[in-house]
Ligand binder design. Sequence first.
Ligand code: GLY
Ligand code: MN
Length: 433
Amino acid sequence: MDLPFETSEYYDRQEMLFSQLPSSSIVIIPTNERKTRSNDVGYPFRPNSYMLYLCGWKEDEGFFMAHNRNGTLESKLFVPPRDTSKEIWEGIRIGVEGAESWPVDTTSSVENFESEITQMIGQFENVYAILGISEELDKICNDIEGLSDPRTFLDPMRRVKSKVEIKHMQEAATIASNAHKLAMENSTPGMGEWEIQSYVEGHFMRSKSTWSFPSIVGGGSNATILHYKANDCTIISGDLVLVDAGCEINGYASDITRTWPINGRFTEAQKEIYELVLKAEKAGIDACRVGTPWSAMHRVVSEVIAQGLIDLGILECGLDEALGDEVKLDGPFRDFFMHGTGHFLGLDVHDVGGGRQGDPGNPDSLEPGMVLTIEPGLYFADWRGDIEIPAKYSGIGIRIEDDILVTEDGPVVLSSSCPKEIDEIESIVGSGV
Ligand code: GLY
Ligand code: MN
């Protein structure tokens, strides 16, 4: 069996979910659907995160179902049946019998899903299903009145990581840290963004991992595009390169951003902005403490950024005016730092149970076992016509992002082995060329 956790951890999660539901409840969760890339070629399949969380099922078809009746919890996994004609092409399946060693009570074929579920649903007073993923499940649930979303209960559970989940996340963060380091070592002026990407993703692959989101490699002013995707430009001497990339281990993501000069030397202007972003990032990390309100990290980071922009003469106003509305923090500093300070991290790179600061449904405060990113940035986009960009900083884009575990003893930086001090970066960039 190929499960990253003891089966007891999955059973505990199923029990914890049902401990929050009334008796006579049924929960149905589909895995993701396959998506076509071209003709008969599919995109690489990624299982649904809730499926991974509740029973670890990774094949590209399947439904998890569980219900409680008279105080007894029973779970079932519907899986693709063995089928030699398909297995010749796609690989050997676990099958209905093989799935019996998964953390569920019984198994059945996906071919029986519709008839079994239609018949089961009527037996329970409360139906919980994740819709919008499987056309088959959506059709079955179409007429059910009062259907609820089990994510309301699962998301707060997923937000707090167990010891074993943290072990996987530490591994993902270490691999991504080493991938960034390797790319720094092999950086040289004139190389393509795609070549940097190949060092990063090559390291993921050699580590038996995959990317957790398409790698962002932006040289020069491409770094001012937050989710830059093209990765097809050459990086010239004097330019910075921003690399935002992370990998997945057993479904658990890392997400690290570093920015370095392609020729190994920051210019004075680049240094000024880098030092400010680094100062803000360190202040944000220090705020990741048990009991800290979820929105506090954004305030702490924003205050450092806004004050820094004033000190550099980029903003000509006082701190309160630079920050803007007391709650929204929508002042002029947002022209240069326009995204959130971080997000939860876990089975999804932008993990559940809070999302970015300022979103509805955020937790009140940080708890031990939560993992989040802190990722301030400053962007002086020379291609924007709507704001005035100081000439000295024109085209500079810098973000620094680490993965932080909240503990009773303070923040633990899972990505701490990834260099971020100016002297470390200057000594490592190009050292492997
Ligand atoms: N790593 C990309 C992001 O957090 O938006
Ligand atoms: Mn991120």
